[in-house]
Design a protein around this ligand. Structure first.
Ligand code: PLP
Length: 355
């Protein structure tokens, strides 16, 4: 006879886990997790040294965390009352799932998209409906409207991982208006995109935005993200839902220094955007379908050759993400945009397989 906790362990064992990328040695050939390798490591090291010197790790970083929230408010041009810090976007996704969902409740998302929404909803026992994008990766608003009826939370990743496209603000706003639950817009990649859903904060009471320092800001290892929501929701999140000290003092201090050096971040974003277009053009020149991207990665279709290309790249120190079949397309790979030299190597190695 199994005990309750053994039965619970059986249930948990059956759940899908997040596929953490291979732990290769860190290098600029690591193109599988959309980190920003175009932000100079030397800048971050110099700022990290200043952060260490300024920091007294014996204390909780209460005042510094408040200052970071104020700095972020200024950076985004919004009232700091909208902002709640978290230990990466993932921790905030988890909090949203745990706060607003429960066993038997329904959440909706698109497909394909970032798998962590589905994984976290499953952990609390919620049902997740995945509404496929249309073949051009646009939103099927009609299907979303139908499937989201009665759901509590709708997770919308924009720009979307792994397709790379951003959904038009007017459509996101329409979704927010028509949906009776909470619309979570994950803007992990928004710094690389043309627009943002930020204006909806002032217009839609049911919109939560998620942001991260892991992508454009180059701080994936620091585990820092933030949520933007109407002030009542963000106040309740900060006071009742989020941990008392969710972000470590070092990450907070480093993020503040990096916001002061935002010109460097902006410059790296511009390089990413330029390199992204270069990469797409080169892939197309190889006869490979490379989808448009508003993020720091490119999704491309290699069909039957996908496994061989993936393996050949890995053997030469280039680690990309194997995505598999996407909607009506053949198997796809997703490559983070790297520096020109790495992108050039990527193209050369793909050419070696495709001939
Ligand atoms: C769409 C999306 N949201 C959130 C995250 C999580 O980022 P982090 O927890 O590092 O802030 C990622 C990371 O890959 C992502 O792709």
């Amino acid at each position: 006879m199994n005990t309750w906790w053994e039965r619970r362990l059986d249930e948990l064992e059956a759940l899908e886990g997040y596929p953490v990328p291979e732990a290769d040695e860190l290098s600029e050939g690591k193109l599988d997790a959309n980190e920003n390798v175009l932000l100079a490591r030397s800048l971050l090291t110099a700022l990290a040294q200043r952060a260490v010197e300024a920091l007294d790790p014996r204390f909780y970083a209460v005042e510094d965390a408040r200052a970071l929230v104020r700095d972020l408010g200024r950076h985004l041009g919004i009232d700091a009352a909208h902002i709640v810090l978290g230990s990466g976007g993932d921790q905030l996704i988890d909090l949203v799932a745990r706060t607003f969902l429960e066993a038997g409740a329904t959440a909706v998302t698109i497909a394909p998209t970032y798998s962590f929404y589905r994984i976290r909803c499953a952990l609390v026992g919620a049902r997740v409906i995945e509404v496929p994008l249309r073949e051009d990766f646009s939103l099927d608003l009609e299907a979303l409207r139908r499937m989201a009826h009665g759901a509590r939370v709708l997770f919308l990743c924009s720009p979307n991982n792994p397709t790379g496209n951003q959904f038009p603000l007017a459509e996101v706003e329409q979704l927010a208006r028509e949906f009776s639950g909470l619309l979570v817009v994950d803007e992990a990649y928004v710094e690389f995109a043309a627009e943002t859903a930020l204006p909806l904060l002032a217009r839609s009471a049911n919109v939560i935005l998620l942001r991260t320092f892991s992508k454009a800001f180059g701080l994936a290892g620091m585990r820092l993200g933030y949520l933007l929501a109407p002030p009542r929701l963000s106040r309740i999140f900060a006071e009742k839902v989020q941990y008392p000290y969710p972000v470590n003092a070092f990450a907070v201090r480093l993020a503040r220094l990096l916001l002061d050096a935002y010109d460097e971040v902006r410059a790296s974003i511009e390089i990413v955007k330029r390199e992204r277009e270069w990469l797409r053009a080169e892939l197309r020149a190889l006869g490979v379908r490379a989808f448009p991207s508003q993020a720091n990665f490119v999704l491309f279709e290699v069909g039957d050759q996908a496994r061989a290309v993936w393996r050949h790249l890995a053997e030469h120190g280039l680690r990309v993400k194997y995505v598999g079949e996407v909607l009506g397309y053949g198997a796809c790979l997703r490559a983070t945009v790297g520096p020109r030299e790495t992108n050039r190597a990527l193209i050369a190695r793909i050419r070696e397989v495709l001939g």
